[in-house]
Write a protein that binds this ligand. Sequence first.
Ligand SMILES: C[C@@](CO)(OP(=O)(O)O)[C@H](O)COP(=O)(O)OP(=O)(O)OC[C@H]1O[C@@H](n2ccc(N)nc2=O)[C@H](O)[C@@H]1O
Ligand SMILES: Nc1ncnc2c1ncn2[C@@H]1O[C@H](COP(=O)(O)OP(=O)(O)O)[C@@H](O)[C@H]1O
Length: 269
Amino acid sequence: MILFPNAKINLGLYITEKRSDGFHNLSTCFYPVPWSDILEITPHDTFEFSTSGLAISGALETNLCYRAFMLLKEAFNIAPVHIHLHKVIPMGAGLGGGSSDAAYTLMGLRDMFKLPLTNEDLIPFAQKLGSDCAFFLFNQAQIGTEKGDVLTPLDLSLTGKFLVMVYPNFGISTQEAYAGVKPKKARKNWEKQFAKPLETWKETISNDFENSLFPAYPQLAEIKNELYAMGAQYAAMSGSGSTIFGLFDQEVKLPESWKAFQTWSGLLP
Ligand SMILES: C[C@@](CO)(OP(=O)(O)O)[C@H](O)COP(=O)(O)OP(=O)(O)OC[C@H]1O[C@@H](n2ccc(N)nc2=O)[C@H](O)[C@@H]1O
Ligand SMILES: Nc1ncnc2c1ncn2[C@@H]1O[C@H](COP(=O)(O)OP(=O)(O)O)[C@@H](O)[C@H]1O
């Protein structure tokens, strides 16, 4: 079976509280985007994991595809498989690529072994793999609260908007990014927010990570400014960075200088 784990962007993100378990409570709007990896799962007599594309750091045991397989093996004693991951989504990019690979591995194995589990039933497994993993079980805009793993579907469609995502060739550690933010109690009414026209979002939505990361990485603010200069209706950093995205009402040409970066642009489905 072949699956296409997609990336996400955070349209806005507020860090509201430091929790006693060391994590942070947040309020964010996740939106699925079609920058995707390729995941192939085939039955095999022993467990195997291979990769191609972008190089993934870390030992096999730390890979989220392997960890997803192990969780379902422990719970349902599933047979071994060969998982091949072709890595396309940049890492440490705030695009959630690893979490998406994990969520799609859960769904793929569930289907392959006909496990009697709905996507909702997979949430507790996803929550063990990462805070934003559960989001990828559902292909739609969602509000994430608590660690980002308590989800509420949101009636928001950006179909037909032209999206540009720019990964400036360096990643940012999620853990370090959280360590640099001072949480602020804030309540966001996302439904009310998204009833407003896209071109007004820049005045009313923000990403708390930008305040601490933009001074440390001036290139990020430069890319965001460039997206607005190109006519973006809304531009922001995704999650804990380093990807900066812009939403446009028509197709735009990317600057030559961005050829040095990894970029994705296209109409949103
Ligand atoms: C910031 C966000 C926003 O969507 O995404 P990315 O930008 O990384 O894609 C997420 O909160 C990232 O979720 P995820 O990447 O799954 O993080 P995890 O593996 O659960 O945690 C990595 C580390 O980030 C910190 N962390 C994560 C989530 C959270 N709500 N509070 C935290 O403090 C913790 O230090 C944790 O050890
Ligand atoms: N399947 C995977 N794909 C990518 N990274 C993975 C995977 N499994 C574990 N990781 C680890 O997770 C780290 C962050 O991955 P990723 O989810 O792509 O970034 P972000 O949290 O910024 O969206 C990587 O640097 C890598 O060490």
